[in-house]
Design a protein around this ligand. Structure first.
Ligand code: FEO
Length: 403
């Protein structure tokens, strides 16, 4: 059955929702599902903006057939070649053999790499700033390399102010009938998944996001709708989400608060982490979030490192090194460019306490702009009461560094 929504009078959402995929990119858990957004424009000519993952192809086709109502598909605009959006290109070409594909040089190269038979079809290869008319609607193409792949571009419909923003401004989470961000409680129900999506998928490419935000800044007053390839469409409060993207891509903390992540084998390091949290809250800092590195997906931990200003890494020593799950988190933080954070260290070990020095070395030598507090809590097997002063001192140091 078709399932479509109007974005504007002439633009329809014709995408698909997916609740069956467990891991996005076979890497990130998506318990709330995901949407693959595809948009169909009805003008003098018809145009589809991006397709969907292969798993949603049947739904896309039903939706398109309903909206087209017998009209041919004249154009296929491809903004991004990752298969969660490009997976249905081949089927579209088979069903509408006369469709003209509009995209850029790098994207056409990738279409050939993915074995899409583009050379059997008419193509229009666009460059940055080119415009194209479908009748009433005139679009312009703006390149957005590395948001999220090198071929990415966004397409701006100058007639109605619709920005087809590719992966930018996307989020995890299936739409389930809703379409617009103002139809959901975004801040309560979607923001965490939006941050987790952005920071894990393109966290590494903050400067490239800044570049596209700068380009968007030049036409900000003309943008009425933001249509990403995942998650809700924005037509109200655009600046709320644009500012979040700006904060995350500048690697600035979203909130003054403390994320405590612990690696604990038998509960002793966990107990010390809880004791620190209690002292922080007792002193008035209640924006404290605690995570067990072993049982929390690393994508969630990454999202939280982007959210909070202060991180506490509490790790047991393992094989004379950092506990593997904590080491994995640090490697991911490095890969995704986490920076500009203040970090406190807690370490544990029953015969050789090494994890603290090793985490400090990693933060100092492998990462950018991380301030590690001198105060450290070090424990042999478990935290004893004679260390209460050290714990207080660490809590005070964290709070002082927030001033
Ligand atoms: Fe949603 Fe980069 O693809």
């Amino acid at each position: 059955m078709y399932s479509v929504r109007n974005v504007t009078e002439d633009v329809y959402w014709v995408g698909a929702n997916d609740h069956r995929l467990a891991l996005f990119e076979n890497a990130y858990p998506i318990p709330r599902g995901v949407s693959y957004n595809s948009y169909l424009l009805l003008d003098e000519k018809t145009a589809l903006f991006d397709t969907v993952d292969w798993s949603g192809c049947r739904q896309l086709l039903e939706n398109m057939e309903h909206v087209l109502a017998g009209r041919p598909l004249d154009y296929l605009v491809i903004n991004h070649l990752e298969p969660d959006h490009a997976g249905s290109i081949e089927e579209i070409l088979l069903r509408w053999p006369n469709v003209v594909i509009i995209s850029n040089e790098k994207a056409f190269m990738m279409m050939r790499q993915f074995k899409f038979p583009v050379d059997e079809h008419a193509i229009v290869e666009v460059k940055e700033g080119d415009t194209f008319s479908f009748g009433k609607h005139v679009v312009t193409f703006v390149f957005a390399p590395m948001v999220h792949w090198p071929e990415v571009m966004v397409t701006f419909d100058t007639t109605d102010g619709v920005l087809f923003s590719a992966d930018a401004f996307g989020t995890f989470g299936a739409l389930d009938g809703k379409l617009f961000a103002d139809e959901v409680d975004f801040d309560r129900d979607w923001l965490d998944d939006a941050r987790r999506y952005l920071t894990n998928i393109v966290g590494k490419y903050g400067p490239h996001i800044q570049l596209i935000l700068k380009k968007a800044g030049g036409i900000l007053s003309q943008i009425k709708y933001i249509c990403p390839l995942h998650g809700p469409v924005w037509r109200k409060d655009l600046m709320y989400f644009i500012q979040k993207y700006d904060t995350w891509s500048r690697y600035e903390p979203e909130e003054k608060g403390v994320m405590i992540v612990y690696a604990s084998m038998y509960g002793n390091t966990e107990s010390a982490a809880q004791a620190l949290a209690a002292r922080l809250c007792d002193k008035g800092m209640t924006k404290v979030a605690i995570y067990d590195v072993s049982s929390t997906d690393v994508s969630q931990l990454i999202s939280e490192t982007f959210k909070y200003s202060h991180l506490v890494l509490a790790s047991v020593t393992y094989n004379l090194g950092i506990y593997p799950a904590m080491h994995n988190l640090l490697m991911d933080m490095k890969a995704l460019n986490v920076q500009n954070r203040t970090v406190a260290i807690m370490e544990n070990g029953s015969w050789a306490i090494k994890s603290g020095d090793l985490m400090q070395k990693f933060l100092d030598e492998e990462m950018k702009n991380m301030t590690v507090l001198n105060e450290r809590v070090s424990m042999a097997s478990s935290l004893h009461e004679d260390k209460a002063f050290e714990l207080e001192t660490l809590a005070d140091a964290i709070l002082e560094s927030m001033q």
